[in-house]
Design a binder for this molecule. Structure first.
Ligand code: NAP
Length: 490
Protein backbone atom coordinates (compact mmCIF):
# COMPACT_ATOMS: atom_id res chain seq x y z
CA UNK A 1 0.00 0.00 0.00
CA UNK A 2 1.22 3.48 -0.74
CA UNK A 3 0.96 5.67 2.32
CA UNK A 4 2.78 8.69 0.99
CA UNK A 5 0.10 11.23 1.98
CA UNK A 6 -0.03 9.82 5.51
CA UNK A 7 3.74 9.83 5.75
CA UNK A 8 3.88 13.46 4.63
CA UNK A 9 1.54 14.62 7.42
CA UNK A 10 1.36 11.92 10.07
CA UNK A 11 -1.28 12.40 12.79
CA UNK A 12 -0.63 11.87 16.49
CA UNK A 13 -1.94 8.39 17.21
CA UNK A 14 -2.64 6.84 20.60
CA UNK A 15 -3.07 3.07 20.75
CA UNK A 16 -4.66 1.30 23.73
CA UNK A 17 -3.01 -2.06 24.30
CA UNK A 18 0.22 -3.82 23.29
CA UNK A 19 -1.27 -7.23 22.68
CA UNK A 20 -1.27 -8.89 19.31
CA UNK A 21 -3.35 -6.21 17.55
CA UNK A 22 -1.71 -3.17 19.16
CA UNK A 23 1.68 -4.58 18.22
CA UNK A 24 0.50 -5.29 14.69
CA UNK A 25 -0.54 -1.66 14.19
CA UNK A 26 2.56 -0.24 15.88
CA UNK A 27 4.85 -2.39 13.73
CA UNK A 28 3.04 -1.53 10.49
CA UNK A 29 3.19 2.17 11.33
CA UNK A 30 6.89 1.91 12.04
CA UNK A 31 7.52 -0.09 8.88
CA UNK A 32 5.69 2.65 6.96
CA UNK A 33 8.06 5.24 8.46
CA UNK A 34 5.45 6.76 10.79
CA UNK A 35 6.63 7.25 14.36
CA UNK A 36 4.04 9.70 15.70
CA UNK A 37 2.31 7.10 17.82
CA UNK A 38 2.26 6.11 21.45
CA UNK A 39 1.00 2.87 22.97
CA UNK A 40 -0.36 2.52 26.51
CA UNK A 41 -0.32 -0.96 27.99
CA UNK A 42 -1.78 -1.90 31.39
CA UNK A 43 0.64 -4.80 31.92
CA UNK A 44 4.39 -4.73 32.32
CA UNK A 45 5.10 -6.42 28.98
CA UNK A 46 3.68 -6.94 25.50
CA UNK A 47 1.59 -9.97 24.55
CA UNK A 48 -1.91 -9.17 25.86
CA UNK A 49 -3.92 -12.35 26.24
CA UNK A 50 -0.76 -14.44 25.81
CA UNK A 51 0.87 -12.65 28.71
CA UNK A 52 -2.19 -13.10 30.95
CA UNK A 53 -3.20 -16.66 30.07
CA UNK A 54 -0.20 -18.63 31.28
CA UNK A 55 -2.16 -21.46 32.89
CA UNK A 56 -0.54 -24.90 32.41
CA UNK A 57 -0.66 -26.13 28.80
CA UNK A 58 -2.15 -22.85 27.57
CA UNK A 59 -1.85 -22.72 23.81
CA UNK A 60 -3.46 -21.78 20.56
CA UNK A 61 -5.70 -24.05 18.51
CA UNK A 62 -4.73 -22.29 15.27
CA UNK A 63 -1.47 -23.63 13.81
CA UNK A 64 1.44 -21.33 14.61
CA UNK A 65 2.64 -20.92 11.04
CA UNK A 66 -0.68 -19.16 10.45
CA UNK A 67 -1.14 -17.70 13.94
CA UNK A 68 1.73 -15.25 13.36
CA UNK A 69 2.21 -12.01 11.46
CA UNK A 70 2.56 -12.30 7.68
CA UNK A 71 5.39 -9.76 7.90
CA UNK A 72 7.24 -11.64 10.63
CA UNK A 73 7.08 -15.31 9.73
CA UNK A 74 9.20 -17.74 11.76
CA UNK A 75 10.75 -20.89 10.36
CA UNK A 76 11.40 -22.56 13.70
CA UNK A 77 8.03 -23.08 15.39
CA UNK A 78 8.60 -26.12 17.56
CA UNK A 79 5.19 -27.68 16.97
CA UNK A 80 2.06 -27.32 14.92
CA UNK A 81 0.11 -25.76 17.79
CA UNK A 82 2.67 -23.88 19.88
CA UNK A 83 2.07 -23.47 23.60
CA UNK A 84 1.79 -20.12 25.38
CA UNK A 85 5.48 -19.59 26.35
CA UNK A 86 6.56 -19.90 22.72
CA UNK A 87 3.71 -17.71 21.46
CA UNK A 88 4.48 -15.04 24.05
CA UNK A 89 8.19 -15.18 23.14
CA UNK A 90 7.18 -14.68 19.51
CA UNK A 91 5.26 -11.46 20.25
CA UNK A 92 8.02 -10.23 22.55
CA UNK A 93 10.64 -10.86 19.89
CA UNK A 94 8.49 -9.11 17.23
CA UNK A 95 8.31 -6.08 19.52
CA UNK A 96 12.10 -6.18 19.90
CA UNK A 97 12.87 -6.85 16.24
CA UNK A 98 10.83 -3.85 15.08
CA UNK A 99 11.97 -1.73 18.04
CA UNK A 100 8.47 -1.03 19.32
CA UNK A 101 9.13 -1.01 23.07
CA UNK A 102 10.32 2.66 23.18
CA UNK A 103 6.84 3.63 21.94
CA UNK A 104 5.05 1.78 24.75
CA UNK A 105 4.30 3.12 28.21
CA UNK A 106 3.83 0.00 30.32
CA UNK A 107 1.76 -0.40 33.49
CA UNK A 108 -0.48 2.40 32.34
CA UNK A 109 -4.06 1.87 31.33
CA UNK A 110 -6.26 4.27 29.46
CA UNK A 111 -9.24 5.33 31.54
CA UNK A 112 -11.05 7.62 29.16
CA UNK A 113 -10.83 9.18 25.75
CA UNK A 114 -12.95 12.22 25.01
CA UNK A 115 -13.41 13.84 21.62
CA UNK A 116 -13.50 17.64 21.51
CA UNK A 117 -15.54 18.86 18.54
CA UNK A 118 -14.05 22.35 18.61
CA UNK A 119 -10.40 21.29 18.53
CA UNK A 120 -11.04 17.98 16.70
CA UNK A 121 -8.71 16.30 19.14
CA UNK A 122 -9.04 13.26 21.42
CA UNK A 123 -7.99 13.81 25.01
CA UNK A 124 -6.85 10.56 26.54
CA UNK A 125 -6.54 10.18 30.31
CA UNK A 126 -4.30 7.45 31.66
CA UNK A 127 -4.19 5.67 35.02
CA UNK A 128 -1.19 7.77 36.13
CA UNK A 129 -3.43 10.84 35.99
CA UNK A 130 -1.81 12.27 32.86
CA UNK A 131 -3.71 13.71 29.87
CA UNK A 132 -2.52 13.14 26.33
CA UNK A 133 -3.77 14.65 23.08
CA UNK A 134 -4.20 12.59 19.95
CA UNK A 135 -5.60 13.17 16.49
CA UNK A 136 -6.45 9.51 16.16
CA UNK A 137 -7.38 7.08 18.93
CA UNK A 138 -7.15 3.33 18.34
CA UNK A 139 -8.44 0.67 20.71
CA UNK A 140 -6.49 -2.55 20.46
CA UNK A 141 -7.81 -4.11 23.66
CA UNK A 142 -9.50 -7.04 21.92
CA UNK A 143 -12.49 -9.08 23.02
CA UNK A 144 -10.96 -11.38 25.64
CA UNK A 145 -9.21 -9.19 28.17
CA UNK A 146 -11.62 -8.98 31.13
CA UNK A 147 -12.01 -12.25 33.06
CA UNK A 148 -15.57 -13.14 34.05
CA UNK A 149 -16.07 -14.56 37.54
CA UNK A 150 -19.69 -15.45 38.36
CA UNK A 151 -21.14 -14.40 41.71
CA UNK A 152 -21.72 -17.59 43.67
CA UNK A 153 -23.28 -17.64 47.14
CA UNK A 154 -20.90 -18.36 49.98
CA UNK A 155 -17.75 -17.41 48.02
CA UNK A 156 -16.64 -15.24 50.97
CA UNK A 157 -16.97 -18.14 53.39
CA UNK A 158 -14.77 -20.50 51.37
CA UNK A 159 -11.53 -21.15 53.29
CA UNK A 160 -9.68 -22.51 50.25
CA UNK A 161 -8.17 -20.53 47.40
CA UNK A 162 -9.93 -19.53 44.21
CA UNK A 163 -8.77 -17.81 41.06
CA UNK A 164 -9.60 -17.30 37.38
CA UNK A 165 -7.75 -19.27 34.71
CA UNK A 166 -6.46 -16.00 33.20
CA UNK A 167 -4.82 -15.11 36.54
CA UNK A 168 -3.18 -18.47 37.24
CA UNK A 169 -1.60 -18.94 40.67
CA UNK A 170 1.88 -20.20 39.75
CA UNK A 171 2.85 -20.02 43.41
CA UNK A 172 0.46 -22.80 44.44
CA UNK A 173 1.28 -26.49 44.14
CA UNK A 174 -1.88 -28.48 43.51
CA UNK A 175 -0.25 -31.89 44.00
CA UNK A 176 -2.43 -34.07 46.19
CA UNK A 177 -5.12 -31.39 46.49
CA UNK A 178 -8.86 -31.58 45.88
CA UNK A 179 -9.73 -29.05 43.20
CA UNK A 180 -12.99 -27.79 41.70
CA UNK A 181 -12.99 -26.40 38.16
CA UNK A 182 -15.94 -24.28 37.10
CA UNK A 183 -16.40 -24.15 33.34
CA UNK A 184 -15.30 -26.48 30.55
CA UNK A 185 -14.41 -24.09 27.73
CA UNK A 186 -11.29 -23.58 25.63
CA UNK A 187 -9.10 -22.79 28.65
CA UNK A 188 -10.37 -25.53 30.99
CA UNK A 189 -9.91 -28.32 28.45
CA UNK A 190 -6.26 -27.34 28.11
CA UNK A 191 -5.25 -27.36 31.77
CA UNK A 192 -7.61 -30.09 33.00
CA UNK A 193 -5.57 -33.13 31.81
CA UNK A 194 -2.38 -31.95 33.55
CA UNK A 195 -4.30 -30.91 36.64
CA UNK A 196 -5.97 -34.33 36.90
CA UNK A 197 -2.55 -36.02 36.88
CA UNK A 198 -1.30 -33.78 39.65
CA UNK A 199 -4.28 -33.29 41.94
CA UNK A 200 -5.83 -35.86 44.27
CA UNK A 201 -9.25 -35.17 42.80
CA UNK A 202 -10.84 -32.82 40.29
CA UNK A 203 -14.53 -31.94 40.31
CA UNK A 204 -15.48 -30.33 37.00
CA UNK A 205 -18.64 -28.24 36.77
CA UNK A 206 -20.02 -28.26 33.26
CA UNK A 207 -22.91 -25.93 32.45
CA UNK A 208 -23.21 -27.22 28.91
CA UNK A 209 -21.08 -29.65 26.89
CA UNK A 210 -18.80 -28.71 23.98
CA UNK A 211 -18.01 -30.42 20.74
CA UNK A 212 -14.46 -31.75 20.97
CA UNK A 213 -12.39 -32.20 17.81
CA UNK A 214 -9.09 -34.15 18.11
CA UNK A 215 -6.08 -31.82 18.31
CA UNK A 216 -3.37 -34.03 16.78
CA UNK A 217 -0.45 -31.78 17.64
CA UNK A 218 3.06 -32.72 16.46
CA UNK A 219 6.61 -31.38 16.64
CA UNK A 220 8.20 -30.18 13.42
CA UNK A 221 11.17 -32.38 12.50
CA UNK A 222 14.56 -30.71 11.95
CA UNK A 223 14.32 -31.16 8.16
CA UNK A 224 11.02 -29.22 8.06
CA UNK A 225 12.50 -26.33 10.05
CA UNK A 226 15.51 -26.41 7.74
CA UNK A 227 13.23 -26.26 4.69
CA UNK A 228 11.17 -23.41 6.17
CA UNK A 229 14.38 -21.52 6.82
CA UNK A 230 16.20 -21.99 3.55
CA UNK A 231 13.30 -22.43 1.16
CA UNK A 232 10.97 -19.55 2.01
CA UNK A 233 8.55 -20.76 -0.64
CA UNK A 234 8.09 -23.99 1.33
CA UNK A 235 7.05 -22.00 4.38
CA UNK A 236 4.71 -19.80 2.36
CA UNK A 237 3.09 -22.87 0.84
CA UNK A 238 2.74 -24.46 4.29
CA UNK A 239 1.12 -21.30 5.69
CA UNK A 240 -1.10 -20.97 2.63
CA UNK A 241 -2.19 -24.59 2.90
CA UNK A 242 -3.16 -24.15 6.58
CA UNK A 243 -5.11 -21.02 5.62
CA UNK A 244 -7.01 -22.83 2.86
CA UNK A 245 -7.83 -25.80 5.09
CA UNK A 246 -9.09 -23.40 7.77
CA UNK A 247 -11.24 -21.53 5.25
CA UNK A 248 -12.68 -24.82 3.99
CA UNK A 249 -13.98 -25.55 7.50
CA UNK A 250 -16.31 -22.59 7.17
CA UNK A 251 -18.50 -24.65 4.81
CA UNK A 252 -19.87 -26.42 7.87
CA UNK A 253 -20.78 -23.11 9.58
CA UNK A 254 -22.01 -20.94 6.72
CA UNK A 255 -25.64 -22.03 6.45
CA UNK A 256 -27.15 -23.38 9.62
CA UNK A 257 -27.39 -27.14 9.91
CA UNK A 258 -26.46 -27.81 6.29
CA UNK A 259 -25.23 -31.11 4.87
CA UNK A 260 -21.58 -30.44 5.82
CA UNK A 261 -22.59 -29.53 9.37
CA UNK A 262 -24.72 -32.65 9.79
CA UNK A 263 -21.95 -34.89 8.44
CA UNK A 264 -19.42 -33.20 10.71
CA UNK A 265 -21.75 -33.70 13.67
CA UNK A 266 -22.08 -37.40 12.86
CA UNK A 267 -18.29 -37.72 12.67
CA UNK A 268 -17.70 -35.89 15.95
CA UNK A 269 -20.44 -37.88 17.70
CA UNK A 270 -18.91 -41.17 16.58
CA UNK A 271 -15.48 -40.07 17.73
CA UNK A 272 -16.65 -38.75 21.10
CA UNK A 273 -18.80 -41.85 21.68
CA UNK A 274 -15.76 -44.00 21.07
CA UNK A 275 -13.61 -42.15 23.58
CA UNK A 276 -16.07 -41.43 26.40
CA UNK A 277 -17.01 -44.09 28.93
CA UNK A 278 -20.63 -45.22 29.19
CA UNK A 279 -21.11 -43.18 32.38
CA UNK A 280 -20.26 -39.80 30.86
CA UNK A 281 -21.38 -40.24 27.22
CA UNK A 282 -24.77 -38.62 27.62
CA UNK A 283 -23.26 -35.71 29.53
CA UNK A 284 -20.46 -34.81 27.13
CA UNK A 285 -22.17 -34.97 23.74
CA UNK A 286 -23.88 -31.65 22.96
CA UNK A 287 -27.46 -31.39 21.71
CA UNK A 288 -26.73 -28.37 19.50
CA UNK A 289 -24.94 -28.35 16.13
CA UNK A 290 -21.11 -28.10 16.05
CA UNK A 291 -19.91 -24.54 15.56
CA UNK A 292 -22.88 -22.94 17.36
CA UNK A 293 -20.40 -22.54 20.23
CA UNK A 294 -16.69 -22.58 19.54
CA UNK A 295 -15.51 -26.11 18.72
CA UNK A 296 -12.74 -27.14 21.10
CA UNK A 297 -9.62 -29.01 20.05
CA UNK A 298 -8.23 -31.66 22.36
CA UNK A 299 -6.95 -35.19 22.24
CA UNK A 300 -6.95 -35.76 25.98
CA UNK A 301 -9.89 -33.87 27.50
CA UNK A 302 -12.58 -36.58 27.28
CA UNK A 303 -9.98 -39.18 28.13
CA UNK A 304 -9.31 -37.17 31.30
CA UNK A 305 -13.00 -37.17 32.23
CA UNK A 306 -12.82 -40.97 32.18
CA UNK A 307 -10.25 -40.95 35.01
CA UNK A 308 -11.24 -42.21 38.43
CA UNK A 309 -10.09 -39.06 40.22
CA UNK A 310 -12.17 -36.80 37.94
CA UNK A 311 -15.84 -36.22 38.56
CA UNK A 312 -18.01 -34.44 36.00
CA UNK A 313 -20.98 -32.59 37.45
CA UNK A 314 -23.56 -31.27 35.02
CA UNK A 315 -25.66 -29.65 37.74
CA UNK A 316 -24.99 -26.02 38.70
CA UNK A 317 -22.58 -25.13 41.47
CA UNK A 318 -25.16 -24.08 44.07
CA UNK A 319 -22.87 -22.38 46.53
CA UNK A 320 -19.58 -22.41 48.34
CA UNK A 321 -19.30 -23.31 51.99
CA UNK A 322 -16.27 -23.03 54.27
CA UNK A 323 -14.82 -26.36 53.16
CA UNK A 324 -15.71 -26.54 49.52
CA UNK A 325 -18.51 -26.50 46.98
CA UNK A 326 -22.14 -27.64 47.10
CA UNK A 327 -23.94 -29.23 44.18
CA UNK A 328 -27.36 -30.92 44.22
CA UNK A 329 -27.33 -30.57 48.00
CA UNK A 330 -24.05 -32.49 48.31
CA UNK A 331 -21.12 -30.80 50.00
CA UNK A 332 -17.84 -31.58 48.20
CA UNK A 333 -14.67 -30.63 50.10
CA UNK A 334 -12.07 -28.87 47.93
CA UNK A 335 -8.83 -27.02 48.64
CA UNK A 336 -9.04 -24.82 45.57
CA UNK A 337 -11.60 -23.63 43.03
CA UNK A 338 -10.56 -22.51 39.56
CA UNK A 339 -12.92 -20.35 37.55
CA UNK A 340 -12.47 -21.17 33.88
CA UNK A 341 -15.55 -19.14 33.14
CA UNK A 342 -14.32 -17.06 30.22
CA UNK A 343 -14.37 -13.34 29.62
CA UNK A 344 -16.72 -10.37 29.50
CA UNK A 345 -16.92 -10.28 25.76
CA UNK A 346 -19.77 -7.98 24.85
CA UNK A 347 -18.88 -4.68 26.58
CA UNK A 348 -16.53 -3.53 23.85
CA UNK A 349 -13.69 -1.23 24.95
CA UNK A 350 -14.94 -1.22 28.55
CA UNK A 351 -13.91 -0.23 31.15
CA UNK A 352 -12.50 2.65 29.09
CA UNK A 353 -14.94 5.55 28.88
CA UNK A 354 -15.05 6.73 25.27
CA UNK A 355 -17.02 9.87 24.47
CA UNK A 356 -17.62 11.02 20.91
CA UNK A 357 -19.68 13.81 19.31
CA UNK A 358 -22.43 15.50 21.37
CA UNK A 359 -21.11 13.95 24.58
CA UNK A 360 -22.43 10.50 23.62
CA UNK A 361 -20.46 7.63 25.10
CA UNK A 362 -19.62 4.52 23.12
CA UNK A 363 -21.42 2.46 25.74
CA UNK A 364 -24.61 4.44 25.07
CA UNK A 365 -24.12 4.33 21.32
CA UNK A 366 -23.75 0.54 21.46
CA UNK A 367 -27.18 -0.02 23.05
CA UNK A 368 -28.77 -2.45 22.41
CA UNK A 369 -26.12 -3.67 19.93
CA UNK A 370 -22.89 -2.25 18.57
CA UNK A 371 -23.34 -0.93 15.04
CA UNK A 372 -20.06 -0.33 13.27
CA UNK A 373 -18.44 -0.24 9.90
CA UNK A 374 -16.36 -3.41 9.53
CA UNK A 375 -16.08 -3.69 13.33
CA UNK A 376 -13.63 -0.80 13.21
CA UNK A 377 -15.44 2.54 12.97
CA UNK A 378 -18.54 4.00 14.59
CA UNK A 379 -20.69 6.90 13.37
CA UNK A 380 -20.37 9.87 15.72
CA UNK A 381 -16.85 8.88 16.80
CA UNK A 382 -14.49 10.54 14.31
CA UNK A 383 -10.90 9.33 14.08
CA UNK A 384 -11.71 6.43 16.41
CA UNK A 385 -10.72 2.95 15.26
CA UNK A 386 -11.00 -0.46 16.86
CA UNK A 387 -8.94 -3.55 16.19
CA UNK A 388 -10.66 -6.89 16.89
CA UNK A 389 -13.85 -4.90 17.56
CA UNK A 390 -17.48 -6.07 17.26
CA UNK A 391 -18.24 -8.81 14.72
CA UNK A 392 -14.66 -9.50 13.75
CA UNK A 393 -14.10 -12.75 15.65
CA UNK A 394 -13.79 -16.07 13.82
CA UNK A 395 -14.60 -19.65 14.70
CA UNK A 396 -12.49 -21.25 12.00
CA UNK A 397 -9.36 -19.25 11.10
CA UNK A 398 -6.61 -17.00 12.45
CA UNK A 399 -7.63 -13.78 14.15
CA UNK A 400 -4.19 -12.40 13.29
CA UNK A 401 -5.16 -12.50 9.61
CA UNK A 402 -8.30 -10.49 10.45
CA UNK A 403 -6.33 -7.95 12.46
CA UNK A 404 -3.82 -7.50 9.64
CA UNK A 405 -6.75 -6.75 7.31
CA UNK A 406 -8.03 -4.19 9.82
CA UNK A 407 -4.63 -2.54 10.19
CA UNK A 408 -4.31 -2.33 6.42
CA UNK A 409 -7.77 -0.70 6.19
CA UNK A 410 -7.02 1.70 9.05
CA UNK A 411 -3.80 2.89 7.41
CA UNK A 412 -5.52 3.32 4.05
CA UNK A 413 -8.26 5.29 5.76
CA UNK A 414 -5.77 7.61 7.42
CA UNK A 415 -3.95 7.95 4.12
CA UNK A 416 -7.23 8.93 2.41
CA UNK A 417 -7.86 11.48 5.18
CA UNK A 418 -4.40 12.94 4.61
CA UNK A 419 -5.01 13.06 0.84
CA UNK A 420 -8.26 14.95 1.40
CA UNK A 421 -6.32 17.25 3.71
CA UNK A 422 -9.08 16.49 6.20
CA UNK A 423 -8.75 16.51 9.95
CA UNK A 424 -11.47 13.98 10.58
CA UNK A 425 -12.71 10.79 9.02
CA UNK A 426 -15.81 8.92 10.19
CA UNK A 427 -18.33 6.59 8.60
CA UNK A 428 -21.63 8.00 7.33
CA UNK A 429 -24.50 6.94 9.64
CA UNK A 430 -26.44 5.54 6.66
CA UNK A 431 -23.39 3.50 5.58
CA UNK A 432 -23.17 2.00 9.08
CA UNK A 433 -26.91 1.22 9.07
CA UNK A 434 -26.68 -0.49 5.69
CA UNK A 435 -23.57 -2.43 6.69
CA UNK A 436 -25.19 -3.57 9.93
CA UNK A 437 -28.40 -4.60 8.17
CA UNK A 438 -26.47 -6.81 5.76
CA UNK A 439 -24.28 -8.14 8.57
CA UNK A 440 -27.29 -9.20 10.65
CA UNK A 441 -28.94 -10.82 7.64
CA UNK A 442 -25.81 -12.84 6.91
CA UNK A 443 -25.28 -13.73 10.57
CA UNK A 444 -28.84 -15.04 10.82
CA UNK A 445 -27.94 -17.74 8.31
CA UNK A 446 -24.81 -18.92 10.11
CA UNK A 447 -24.48 -21.71 12.61
CA UNK A 448 -23.68 -19.21 15.40
CA UNK A 449 -27.36 -18.14 15.23
CA UNK A 450 -28.39 -21.66 16.30
CA UNK A 451 -30.11 -22.61 19.53
CA UNK A 452 -27.23 -22.45 22.01
CA UNK A 453 -25.80 -19.90 24.41
CA UNK A 454 -22.32 -18.73 23.52
CA UNK A 455 -20.00 -15.82 24.19
CA UNK A 456 -20.59 -14.78 20.56
CA UNK A 457 -24.00 -13.44 21.64
CA UNK A 458 -25.05 -10.65 24.00
CA UNK A 459 -27.74 -10.92 26.68
CA UNK A 460 -30.44 -10.28 24.06
CA UNK A 461 -29.15 -13.16 21.93
CA UNK A 462 -27.72 -10.97 19.14
CA UNK A 463 -24.42 -12.10 17.68
CA UNK A 464 -22.05 -9.24 18.46
CA UNK A 465 -18.64 -10.89 18.40
CA UNK A 466 -18.43 -12.91 15.21
CA UNK A 467 -17.86 -12.02 11.58
CA UNK A 468 -20.41 -13.68 9.30
CA UNK A 469 -18.13 -15.18 6.65
CA UNK A 470 -14.76 -16.47 5.63
CA UNK A 471 -11.56 -14.60 6.42
CA UNK A 472 -11.19 -14.10 2.66
CA UNK A 473 -14.57 -12.32 2.55
CA UNK A 474 -13.32 -9.94 5.25
CA UNK A 475 -10.08 -9.37 3.33
CA UNK A 476 -12.09 -8.50 0.19
CA UNK A 477 -14.12 -5.91 2.11
CA UNK A 478 -11.12 -4.30 3.82
CA UNK A 479 -8.68 -4.26 0.89
CA UNK A 480 -9.77 -0.77 -0.14
CA UNK A 481 -11.59 2.04 1.61
CA UNK A 482 -15.01 2.64 0.12
CA UNK A 483 -14.98 6.44 -0.06
CA UNK A 484 -18.75 6.57 -0.52
CA UNK A 485 -19.12 5.29 3.05
CA UNK A 486 -16.97 8.04 4.59
CA UNK A 487 -17.35 11.61 5.72
CA UNK A 488 -14.20 13.70 5.67
CA UNK A 489 -14.13 16.98 7.58
CA UNK A 490 -11.51 19.68 7.29
P1 NAP B 1 -15.17 -20.02 27.41
O1 NAP B 1 -14.74 -20.85 26.27
O2 NAP B 1 -16.15 -18.92 27.21
O3 NAP B 1 -15.68 -21.02 28.51
C1 NAP B 1 -16.25 -20.57 29.70
C2 NAP B 1 -16.81 -21.77 30.43
O4 NAP B 1 -17.33 -21.33 31.65
C3 NAP B 1 -17.95 -22.42 29.67
O5 NAP B 1 -17.91 -23.78 29.90
C4 NAP B 1 -19.17 -21.78 30.31
O6 NAP B 1 -20.34 -22.55 30.22
C5 NAP B 1 -18.70 -21.69 31.74
N1 NAP B 1 -19.40 -20.63 32.46
C6 NAP B 1 -19.43 -19.32 32.18
N2 NAP B 1 -20.16 -18.66 33.10
C7 NAP B 1 -20.58 -19.60 33.99
C8 NAP B 1 -21.38 -19.55 35.15
N3 NAP B 1 -21.90 -18.39 35.57
N4 NAP B 1 -21.60 -20.70 35.80
C9 NAP B 1 -21.09 -21.87 35.36
N5 NAP B 1 -20.32 -21.98 34.27
C10 NAP B 1 -20.08 -20.85 33.59
O7 NAP B 1 -13.92 -19.34 28.14
P2 NAP B 1 -12.40 -19.72 28.01
O8 NAP B 1 -12.23 -21.17 28.16
O9 NAP B 1 -11.62 -18.84 28.90
O10 NAP B 1 -12.09 -19.32 26.53
C11 NAP B 1 -12.56 -18.08 26.02
C12 NAP B 1 -12.11 -17.89 24.61
O11 NAP B 1 -10.71 -17.65 24.66
C13 NAP B 1 -12.26 -19.08 23.69
O12 NAP B 1 -13.50 -19.27 23.15
C14 NAP B 1 -11.24 -18.76 22.66
O13 NAP B 1 -11.71 -17.86 21.72
C15 NAP B 1 -10.15 -18.15 23.50
N6 NAP B 1 -9.20 -19.19 23.82
C16 NAP B 1 -8.59 -19.73 22.76
C17 NAP B 1 -7.73 -20.72 22.95
C18 NAP B 1 -7.09 -21.27 21.74
O14 NAP B 1 -6.61 -22.36 21.77
N7 NAP B 1 -7.10 -20.52 20.63
C19 NAP B 1 -7.44 -21.23 24.22
C20 NAP B 1 -8.09 -20.66 25.30
C21 NAP B 1 -8.98 -19.63 25.08
P3 NAP B 1 -21.29 -22.46 28.93
O15 NAP B 1 -20.52 -23.14 27.84
O16 NAP B 1 -22.50 -23.18 29.31
O17 NAP B 1 -21.49 -21.00 28.67
Amino acid sequence: MSLSALRASPPRIIIAGAGMSGLCLAIQLKRAGIETFQVFEKSSDVGGTWLDNHYPNSGCDIPSHLYSFSFDRRHDWSQKYARQPEILRYFQSSADKFEIRPFIQFETSIEEAIFDESTKVWTVTTSDGQSHEADVFVSAVGQLNRPKVPQIDGADEFQGTSWHSACWRDDLDLSGKDVAVIGNGASAIQFLPGLAEQAKSVTLFQRSPNWIHPLKNYHYPAWAKWAFRWLPLAQRLHRGWIFLLSEARFVAFANGENFANREYRRWLTRRMNKVATKEIKSDVIPDYPPGCKRILLSSDYIETLNRENVRLISAPLEKFDATGVVAEGESIPVDAAIFATGFQTTGFLQPMRIVGRNGVSLEEAYQPCPKTLLGMMTAGFPNLFMLYGPNTNLGHNSIIFMVECQVNYLLNCLNAKAKHQAQLVEPKPEAVEEYDHQLQEKLDATIWAGDCASWYKNAQGSIVNNWWGTATAFWRRTRKVNMAQMNFEE
